[in-house]
Ligand binder design. Structure first.
Ligand SMILES: C[S@@+](CC[C@H](N)C(=O)[O-])C[C@H]1O[C@@H](n2cnc3c(N)ncnc32)[C@H](O)[C@@H]1O
Length: 217
Protein backbone atom coordinates (compact mmCIF):
# COMPACT_ATOMS: atom_id res chain seq x y z
CA UNK A 1 0.00 0.00 0.00
CA UNK A 2 1.03 3.61 -0.38
CA UNK A 3 2.21 4.78 3.04
CA UNK A 4 1.61 8.41 3.97
CA UNK A 5 2.96 10.24 6.99
CA UNK A 6 0.74 9.59 10.03
CA UNK A 7 -0.21 13.15 10.95
CA UNK A 8 -2.35 13.77 14.05
CA UNK A 9 -5.98 14.16 13.00
CA UNK A 10 -5.43 12.44 9.63
CA UNK A 11 -8.76 10.63 9.06
CA UNK A 12 -6.90 7.94 7.11
CA UNK A 13 -4.30 7.34 9.85
CA UNK A 14 -1.38 7.27 7.46
CA UNK A 15 -2.87 4.98 4.81
CA UNK A 16 -3.93 6.00 1.33
CA UNK A 17 -7.72 6.50 0.98
CA UNK A 18 -9.41 3.68 -0.91
CA UNK A 19 -11.31 4.26 -4.17
CA UNK A 20 -14.57 4.19 -2.19
CA UNK A 21 -13.31 6.84 0.21
CA UNK A 22 -12.08 9.03 -2.66
CA UNK A 23 -15.46 8.76 -4.40
CA UNK A 24 -17.56 9.31 -1.28
CA UNK A 25 -15.24 12.03 0.03
CA UNK A 26 -15.27 10.56 3.54
CA UNK A 27 -13.27 7.97 5.47
CA UNK A 28 -14.98 4.64 6.20
CA UNK A 29 -15.05 5.56 9.86
CA UNK A 30 -17.61 8.32 9.15
CA UNK A 31 -20.19 5.65 8.22
CA UNK A 32 -20.28 4.46 11.82
CA UNK A 33 -20.40 7.77 13.69
CA UNK A 34 -24.07 8.79 13.48
CA UNK A 35 -26.09 5.66 14.06
CA UNK A 36 -26.01 2.33 12.27
CA UNK A 37 -24.24 2.11 8.90
CA UNK A 38 -26.48 1.25 5.91
CA UNK A 39 -25.27 -2.36 5.93
CA UNK A 40 -25.54 -2.82 9.69
CA UNK A 41 -28.42 -5.28 9.85
CA UNK A 42 -27.13 -8.04 12.12
CA UNK A 43 -25.45 -11.17 10.76
CA UNK A 44 -26.16 -11.70 7.07
CA UNK A 45 -28.52 -14.67 6.56
CA UNK A 46 -26.23 -16.01 3.81
CA UNK A 47 -23.35 -16.18 6.29
CA UNK A 48 -25.54 -17.71 8.99
CA UNK A 49 -26.48 -20.46 6.49
CA UNK A 50 -22.84 -21.18 5.60
CA UNK A 51 -22.02 -21.39 9.31
CA UNK A 52 -24.98 -23.69 10.04
CA UNK A 53 -23.72 -26.20 7.48
CA UNK A 54 -20.27 -26.23 9.10
CA UNK A 55 -18.56 -24.00 6.55
CA UNK A 56 -16.39 -22.24 9.12
CA UNK A 57 -13.61 -24.23 10.76
CA UNK A 58 -10.39 -23.48 12.61
CA UNK A 59 -9.19 -19.96 13.20
CA UNK A 60 -11.46 -17.51 11.36
CA UNK A 61 -10.68 -14.04 10.01
CA UNK A 62 -13.50 -11.57 9.25
CA UNK A 63 -12.12 -9.08 6.71
CA UNK A 64 -13.61 -5.59 6.97
CA UNK A 65 -15.69 -6.74 9.93
CA UNK A 66 -17.38 -3.37 10.53
CA UNK A 67 -19.39 -3.44 13.74
CA UNK A 68 -18.73 -7.17 13.93
CA UNK A 69 -22.19 -8.72 13.61
CA UNK A 70 -20.93 -11.59 11.43
CA UNK A 71 -17.82 -11.97 13.60
CA UNK A 72 -19.94 -12.19 16.73
CA UNK A 73 -22.30 -14.71 15.15
CA UNK A 74 -19.31 -16.96 14.47
CA UNK A 75 -17.99 -16.36 18.00
CA UNK A 76 -21.40 -17.38 19.37
CA UNK A 77 -20.87 -20.76 17.67
CA UNK A 78 -17.62 -21.20 19.60
CA UNK A 79 -15.27 -20.39 16.72
CA UNK A 80 -12.04 -18.51 17.46
CA UNK A 81 -12.50 -15.41 15.33
CA UNK A 82 -10.61 -12.21 14.60
CA UNK A 83 -12.26 -9.24 12.87
CA UNK A 84 -10.24 -6.43 11.35
CA UNK A 85 -11.21 -3.07 9.94
CA UNK A 86 -9.82 0.41 9.29
CA UNK A 87 -12.79 2.10 10.97
CA UNK A 88 -11.94 2.63 14.65
CA UNK A 89 -15.51 3.61 15.50
CA UNK A 90 -16.76 0.31 14.05
CA UNK A 91 -14.16 -1.61 16.05
CA UNK A 92 -15.21 0.17 19.23
CA UNK A 93 -18.87 -0.77 18.58
CA UNK A 94 -17.83 -4.37 17.87
CA UNK A 95 -15.81 -4.64 21.10
CA UNK A 96 -18.66 -3.14 23.12
CA UNK A 97 -21.18 -5.57 21.58
CA UNK A 98 -18.86 -8.51 22.28
CA UNK A 99 -18.58 -7.48 25.90
CA UNK A 100 -22.32 -6.88 26.30
CA UNK A 101 -23.12 -10.27 24.75
CA UNK A 102 -20.39 -12.09 26.68
CA UNK A 103 -18.71 -13.28 23.49
CA UNK A 104 -14.99 -13.85 22.93
CA UNK A 105 -13.83 -12.28 19.68
CA UNK A 106 -10.77 -10.23 18.83
CA UNK A 107 -11.13 -6.97 16.92
CA UNK A 108 -8.02 -5.36 15.46
CA UNK A 109 -7.21 -2.35 13.35
CA UNK A 110 -5.61 -3.44 10.07
CA UNK A 111 -5.54 -2.44 6.43
CA UNK A 112 -6.78 -5.04 3.96
CA UNK A 113 -3.87 -4.20 1.65
CA UNK A 114 -1.29 -4.94 4.34
CA UNK A 115 -2.46 -8.12 6.06
CA UNK A 116 1.00 -9.60 6.50
CA UNK A 117 1.25 -7.22 9.48
CA UNK A 118 -1.24 -9.47 11.32
CA UNK A 119 1.55 -12.08 11.49
CA UNK A 120 -1.01 -14.90 11.64
CA UNK A 121 -2.81 -17.26 9.29
CA UNK A 122 -6.41 -18.49 9.28
CA UNK A 123 -8.21 -21.64 8.14
CA UNK A 124 -11.31 -19.69 7.07
CA UNK A 125 -11.59 -16.11 5.89
CA UNK A 126 -14.85 -14.22 5.49
CA UNK A 127 -15.26 -11.18 3.28
CA UNK A 128 -18.76 -9.81 3.66
CA UNK A 129 -19.03 -6.61 1.69
CA UNK A 130 -15.35 -5.64 1.51
CA UNK A 131 -14.14 -7.00 -1.86
CA UNK A 132 -16.94 -5.21 -3.71
CA UNK A 133 -15.79 -1.82 -2.37
CA UNK A 134 -12.47 -2.13 -4.25
CA UNK A 135 -11.98 -1.04 -7.85
CA UNK A 136 -10.11 -2.96 -10.54
CA UNK A 137 -6.76 -1.48 -9.51
CA UNK A 138 -7.23 -2.35 -5.84
CA UNK A 139 -8.55 -5.90 -6.21
CA UNK A 140 -5.24 -7.56 -7.23
CA UNK A 141 -3.47 -5.92 -4.27
CA UNK A 142 -6.20 -7.06 -1.89
CA UNK A 143 -6.13 -10.61 -3.23
CA UNK A 144 -2.33 -10.72 -2.89
CA UNK A 145 -2.64 -9.45 0.68
CA UNK A 146 -5.21 -12.15 1.50
CA UNK A 147 -2.81 -14.88 0.34
CA UNK A 148 -0.57 -13.91 3.28
CA UNK A 149 -3.20 -14.76 5.89
CA UNK A 150 -5.11 -17.69 4.38
CA UNK A 151 -3.73 -21.13 5.20
CA UNK A 152 -3.02 -23.41 2.23
CA UNK A 153 -6.19 -25.44 1.68
CA UNK A 154 -8.15 -22.89 3.70
CA UNK A 155 -11.46 -21.45 2.54
CA UNK A 156 -12.39 -17.88 1.69
CA UNK A 157 -16.04 -16.83 1.44
CA UNK A 158 -16.79 -13.63 -0.46
CA UNK A 159 -20.33 -12.26 -0.17
CA UNK A 160 -20.67 -9.26 -2.49
CA UNK A 161 -23.24 -7.29 -4.43
CA UNK A 162 -24.01 -8.85 -7.84
CA UNK A 163 -24.71 -7.10 -11.12
CA UNK A 164 -28.17 -7.17 -12.66
CA UNK A 165 -31.57 -5.63 -11.90
CA UNK A 166 -31.88 -3.81 -8.55
CA UNK A 167 -28.14 -4.10 -8.03
CA UNK A 168 -26.62 -2.52 -4.93
CA UNK A 169 -23.70 -0.09 -5.11
CA UNK A 170 -20.42 -1.59 -6.36
CA UNK A 171 -22.04 -4.45 -8.34
CA UNK A 172 -19.62 -7.27 -9.12
CA UNK A 173 -19.82 -9.55 -12.17
CA UNK A 174 -19.17 -13.27 -11.78
CA UNK A 175 -16.23 -12.86 -14.17
CA UNK A 176 -14.73 -10.19 -11.88
CA UNK A 177 -14.53 -12.77 -9.08
CA UNK A 178 -13.05 -15.36 -11.44
CA UNK A 179 -10.51 -12.83 -12.73
CA UNK A 180 -9.42 -11.92 -9.20
CA UNK A 181 -9.15 -15.36 -7.66
CA UNK A 182 -7.07 -17.33 -10.15
CA UNK A 183 -4.69 -20.27 -9.62
CA UNK A 184 -1.91 -17.91 -10.68
CA UNK A 185 -2.85 -15.61 -7.78
CA UNK A 186 -2.97 -18.61 -5.42
CA UNK A 187 -6.70 -19.39 -5.37
CA UNK A 188 -9.20 -21.89 -6.81
CA UNK A 189 -12.85 -20.89 -7.09
CA UNK A 190 -15.01 -23.80 -5.89
CA UNK A 191 -18.42 -22.23 -6.48
CA UNK A 192 -20.17 -18.93 -7.11
CA UNK A 193 -23.81 -19.03 -6.05
CA UNK A 194 -26.59 -16.47 -6.29
CA UNK A 195 -27.44 -15.03 -2.87
CA UNK A 196 -28.96 -11.94 -1.30
CA UNK A 197 -27.41 -9.22 0.87
CA UNK A 198 -29.65 -7.41 3.33
CA UNK A 199 -29.20 -3.68 3.87
CA UNK A 200 -31.12 -0.94 5.66
CA UNK A 201 -32.16 0.62 2.36
CA UNK A 202 -33.52 -2.44 0.50
CA UNK A 203 -36.76 -4.28 1.27
CA UNK A 204 -36.75 -7.51 3.26
CA UNK A 205 -35.39 -9.42 0.24
CA UNK A 206 -32.22 -7.32 0.11
CA UNK A 207 -30.02 -6.91 -2.95
CA UNK A 208 -28.75 -9.52 -5.42
CA UNK A 209 -25.41 -10.94 -4.36
CA UNK A 210 -22.80 -13.56 -5.09
CA UNK A 211 -21.52 -16.01 -2.52
CA UNK A 212 -18.14 -17.20 -3.76
CA UNK A 213 -16.39 -20.16 -2.12
CA UNK A 214 -12.69 -20.02 -2.87
CA UNK A 215 -9.87 -22.26 -1.71
CA UNK A 216 -6.31 -21.09 -1.08
CA UNK A 217 -4.04 -23.27 -3.26
C1 LIG B 1 -19.74 -2.54 3.44
S1 LIG B 1 -18.89 -2.57 4.97
C2 LIG B 1 -19.19 -4.23 5.52
C3 LIG B 1 -18.94 -4.40 7.00
C4 LIG B 1 -19.20 -5.80 7.56
N1 LIG B 1 -18.41 -6.81 6.92
C5 LIG B 1 -20.66 -6.13 7.50
O1 LIG B 1 -21.03 -7.05 6.75
O2 LIG B 1 -21.45 -5.47 8.19
C6 LIG B 1 -17.19 -2.62 4.45
C7 LIG B 1 -16.23 -2.56 5.63
O3 LIG B 1 -14.89 -2.69 5.14
C8 LIG B 1 -14.06 -1.78 5.83
N2 LIG B 1 -12.90 -1.46 4.96
C9 LIG B 1 -12.91 -0.77 3.81
N3 LIG B 1 -11.68 -0.68 3.31
C10 LIG B 1 -10.86 -1.34 4.17
C11 LIG B 1 -9.47 -1.60 4.20
N4 LIG B 1 -8.63 -1.15 3.26
N5 LIG B 1 -8.97 -2.33 5.22
C12 LIG B 1 -9.80 -2.78 6.21
N6 LIG B 1 -11.12 -2.57 6.24
C13 LIG B 1 -11.65 -1.85 5.23
C14 LIG B 1 -14.96 -0.58 6.09
O4 LIG B 1 -14.48 0.22 7.15
C15 LIG B 1 -16.29 -1.26 6.40
O5 LIG B 1 -16.42 -1.52 7.77
Amino acid sequence: MTQRPNIAGDPFAGRAPTSHERTSGAPWDASYRDGPAPWDVGPQPAIVRVASRGGFTGDVLDAGCGSGENTLHLASLGLPVVGFDVADTALAIARRNAEERGLAAEFVSADAFDLATLGRTFATVLDCGLYHTFDEDERPRYVASLTNVAQHGGTLYVLCFADGPNAGPHPIREEDLRASFTPRAGWNVTSIERERVLTRYHDEHGAPAWLATIVRA
